[in-house]
Design a protein. Structure first.
Ligand SMILES: Cc1ncc(C[n+]2csc(CCOP(=O)(O)OP(=O)(O)O)c2C)c(N)n1
Lengths: 286, 313
């Protein structure tokens, strides 16, 4: 098993299977929520599902019973429109009630269109205006440094389209210069943004070379292969005096054939027929 | 009420842009990865050489627009109102307004009727932060016909403009004969008991409220105040002589919006009470547009109740 850098993990098949099944459930739940709301962003939620699963159900120091635990790791969803994937994970963890997912984006309920730390338990920072979450994450990471809380880390997920924001690069510059090694960026490199393909609208490649030039350690992985994901997350534990950027190759809409690589499902809910097919493909009654 | 015909302001914008684009080679359009939503993609399809999707980079979009304008282009720049006015405010101030360049920011998805996306995407402060800028002019059309006239008009007047459109389709108020004049309001309904100034969707909601109030014996004038900056000072002054109280309705924070603009002008001239119907310095929430407009009491019923209470009906 080798990824592009010639390295990948070799984790127990029990663990991998467990995470795969968790991710499958999360995909089903986030899609059902978007379907009921008839509103939301399926594509970028599905592409992020495996990584978010690996973080919440394996990697992060996190206690669902005590979400304010003062030793926890942070997760910031800079691409806030993928909120449904985080909501589904929080519901699976029991941080929020599963029933809340039925009221995604509805008036009078907690699950806002974009993550809202004042309304939803488990959200560390409100996001939704793209490009801002990475800076917030760097701020938290610096705060942890000041307070000498060496064991804690900050994970932040960024969209590939979001990488076009100037603020992202300002923060990449700063974090690299500061050598903040408790900050882990994860780029959900699914190749699609709102209007279409990233490459055609405003290409961001080559990401590895760019990030390294800005003094980050980079790890390129397949963002749907748990051996790869866990390997990259463990690798990012090594403190080498640099922030870490995990460049995760993903598929927008992953897991639902007609959504995969389809820009039309960036911000559109499935209809009844599509939903039926999606649930079948994801093995709803498995 | 009869059947309400609703039309898209965004589509009207795009259609008008294409029409103008055919007539005028100097029109260039820029967008920041929202062209399928703002509808500028339609212009891009027609005129690929005069359209740039800058990417999710609102700040550079405005800077690039300023540069294009310095080279003699008339530039239309679009994104959601919250990003078009907020993310790039300093670029608008320095590169566009201070340079007095020919950039028209046409923002879609203004106000709370953005709906389900929630607070981060609902723009309830844009009018305040745009109208405060020197050289900037601010227009909020009330329907698709007015949108067309406004886009034509701002093309013909050099310098910065901010035009605020919406995500929702609006009930049609005007027809193709409507004429828009910069610095002129439009009196849509005359009443003897009081006056309502409204913008955007609230023009229709205010008209409906006025119809209901009429049944209660309260007769209201309703004015479309789409030219938020410059204001129609003559008209405001005239009504301030007639009434000692104005109602102002807008899908915007009460702080800094149309109500504030009217107040800033008229209170230099005369004492007057201005009752603002808007958003009370809070953030929006997720919900369906129709639910939200009721929740914030910006539907015709909310306006009706407010005015009836104030007027002691
Ligand atoms: C500052 C800002 N500009 C524009 C938007 C509107 N918007 C929401 S999602 C999106 C595309 C995001 O693409 P990407 O980061 O690649 O996310 P993904 O493909 O993973 O969903 C855009 C332009 C926004 N939320 N914030």
């Amino acid at each position: 098993m080798e990824n592009e850098q010639g390295k990948t993990g070799n984790y127990s098949s029990e663990l991998i299977d467990e995470l795969k099944d968790k991710a499958r459930k999360i995909r089903i739940e986030l899609l059902e929520a978007i379907y009921k709301a008839q509103s939301g962003h399926p594509g970028g939620s599905l592409s992020a599902a495996d990584i978010v699963t690996a973080l919440y159900f394996h990697k992060m120091r996190y206690d669902p019973q005590n979400i304010h635990w003062d030793k926890r790791d942070y997760f910031i969803l800079s691409k806030g429109h993928a909120a449904p994937v985080q909501y589904a994970a929080l519901a699976e963890l029991g941080v929020i009630k599963k029933g809340e997912l039925d009221y995604l984006r509805q008036l009078g309920h907690m699950l806002q269109g974009h993550p809202d730390r004042m309304k939803t338990p488990g959200i560390e920072a409100s996001t939704g205006s793209l490009g801002q979450g990475l800076s917030i994450a760097l701020g938290i990471a610096l705060g942890l440094k000041i307070d000498k809380e060496k064991d804690r880390k900050v994970y932040v997920m960024i969209g590939d389209g979001e990488m076009q924001e100037g603020q992202i690069w300002e923060t990449i510059l700063k974090a690299g210069n500061l050598g903040v090694d408790n900050l882990v960026g994860i780029i959900d490199y699914n190749g699609i943004q709102l209007d279409g393909f990233v490459e055609r609208i405003d290409d961001i490649s080559p990401l590895k070379e760019k990030c390294e030039a800005f003094r980050w350690k980079t790890i390129e992985i397949n963002g749907h292969d748990f051996n790869d994901i866990l390997y990259a997350l463990d690798e990012s534990d090594k403190r080498e005096g640099k922030p870490i950027m995990i460049i995760a190759r993903t598929v927008k809409g992953k897991g639902v054939s007609f959504m995969e690589n389809n820009p039309a499902f960036h911000g559109k809910a499935p209809n009844e027929e599509q939903m039926k097919q999606a649930l079948q493909e994801l093995g709803k009654n498995r | 009420m009869g059947e309400i015909i609703k039309q898209s302001l965004r589509e009207s914008y795009a259609k008008t842009l294409i029409k103008l684009g055919k007539e005028h080679q100097n029109i260039v359009v820029v967008d920041a990865d929202l062209s399928t939503s703002t509808k500028t993609a339609l212009f891009g399809k027609e005129f690929p050489d005069r359209f740039f999707n800058i990417g999710i980079s609102e700040q550079s979009m405005i800077g690039i627009a300023a540069g294009l304008a310095l080279k003699g282009k008339t530039v239309f720049a679009s994104s959601f109102a919250v990003f078009a006015s907020g993310r790039d405010w300093d670029q608008i101030r320095q590169s566009v307004c201070y340079n007095e360049v020919d950039v028209k920011i046409v923002a879609t998805h203004g106000g709370i009727t953005v709906g389900e996306d929630g607070a981060t995407h609902q723009s309830n402060e844009d009018i305040a932060i745009m109208r405060i800028l020197p050289n900037m002019r601010v227009i909020v059309p009330a329907d698709a016909f007015e949108t067309e006239r406004v886009i034509e008009k701002v093309y013909g007047i050099k310098g910065p403009f901010y035009v605020r459109l919406s995500r929702e389709n609006f009930p049609v108020i005007y027809d193709k004969d409507y004429k828009f004049e910069l610095g002129r309001f439009d009196v849509l309904r005359k009443g003897k008991d009081g006056v309502i100034f409204a913008i955007g969707k609230e023009v229709y909601e205010s008209l409906s409220a006025a119809e209901e109030l009429e049944k209660e014996g309260i007769s209201m004038t309703v004015i479309n105040a789409s030219s938020v900056k410059p204001l129609d000072k003559d008209l405001i002054y005239q009504y301030a002589k007639e009434f000692d109280r104005f109602f102002v309705v807008e899908e915007h924070q009460k702080i800094g919006g149309l109500g504030s603009a009217i107040g800033e002008f008229i209170t230099e001239e005369r004492p007057i009470i201005i009752k603002k119907i808007g958003i009370d310095n809070i953030f929006g929430v997720s919900g369906k547009a129709d639910d939200l407009i009721k929740y914030f009491k910006l539907d015709s019923k909310g306006i009706y109740n407010y005015i009836k209470t104030v007027m002691g009906g």
